[in-house]
Ligand binder design. Structure first.
Ligand code: GLN
Length: 199
C-alpha cells in the first residue's frame, strides 16, 4: 500500500503559486490550492506565496480566509510565508502598509531593497541555527524584517540581516525558495508539519 503523502496548501489568490506546487511535488508532498476556508482542513502545512501583498491581503478578505488562517496557525498548523507572504504573516508592515495576519512577531518593511530592477541573488551568511549557510537566496522587491520579538528565532541572514525567521511552527522568509533547486526551506516546513517527506 503506498504511504500517504503530506498535503500542503498553497494560498491560491495571486503570486508564485505554481512554483511552490512544483517544489512540493519534488519533495513528495501533495500541493493543494487554498481558496476557501474548507481547503485548510487536513493540511500538513500551508504556504503563503510571494506576489503582491496588497492584492493578496484584499483577496484574503474577499475569500473570507483571514480568521480561518489565523485559527489554523494558532492551532499549531505549520505555515511559511515567502516575500509578500512574509509581509502578510508579520505583526505589522511599513512603507505602504498592508493589513497583516499578525502571526510572526516581526515588522516587515516592504520593498526595502528597492524596485524590481534591484532584485538580486545572494548566499545566506555562513553558520546559523538551521545550517542554511550558503543557501542561494533570490530577492525580488523583497521586504526587510525588523524588531523580532523574543520568541522569534533567526534561521538565516544575508549580510547580517534576517531573511528567514521562525516563531514556533511559523516561518517568514523574505526571499523566494521556490525559484531554486535547493528545497531546504520547504523541507523545514514539512518537518515542522510533523510528518517526514515521502517520495
Ligand atoms: N514587493 C512586494 C510586496 O510588498 C513583495 C514582492 C514579492 O513577493 N516578490 O508586496
Amino acid at each position: 500500500m503506498p504511504a500517504s503523502r503530506p498535503i500542503v496548501g498553497v494560498l491560491g489568490i495571486q503570486g508564485d503559486i505554481e512554483k511552490h506546487l512544483n517544489a512540493l511535488d519534488r519533495l513528495g508532498a501533495k500541493g493543494r490550492r487554498v481558496l476557501a476556508p474548507g481547503d485548510l482542513s487536513g493540511l500538513t502545512a500551508l504556504i503563503l506565496p510571494g506576489g503582491e501583498s496588497t492584492t493578496i491581503s484584499k483577496g484574503l478578505v474577499r475569500h473570507e480566509l483571514v480568521k480561518p488562517i489565523q485559527q489554523y496557525a494558532e492551532g499549531g498548523g505549520a505555515i511559511l510565508g515567502t516575500c509578500a507572504g512574509a509581509i502578510l504573516l508579520s505583526r505589522a508592515s511599513r512603507n505602504h502598509p498592508v493589513p497583516t495576519l499578525g502571526l510572526v512577531d516581526v515588522e516587515a518593511e516592504r520593498n526595502a531593497y528597492g524596485t524590481q530592477t534591484d532584485s538580486f541573488v545572494a548566499p545566506a551568511d555562513p553558520g546559523g541555527a538551521a545550517g542554511l549557510g550558503g543557501l542561494e537566496c533570490v530577492f525580488i522587491r523583497a521586504p526587510r524584517l525588523h524588531a523580532p520579538g523574543e520568541g522569534v528565532e533567526i534561521l538565516a541572514c544575508v549580510d547580517g540581516a534576517p531573511v528567514l525567521v521562525r516563531e514556533g511552527n511559523r516561518f517568514a522568509c523574505t526571499f523566494h525558495p521556490e525559484l531554486t533547486d535547493d528545497l531546504r526551506v520547504h523541507a523545514l516546513l514539512l518537518e515542522a508539519g510533523g510528518r517526514p517527506c515521502e517520495s
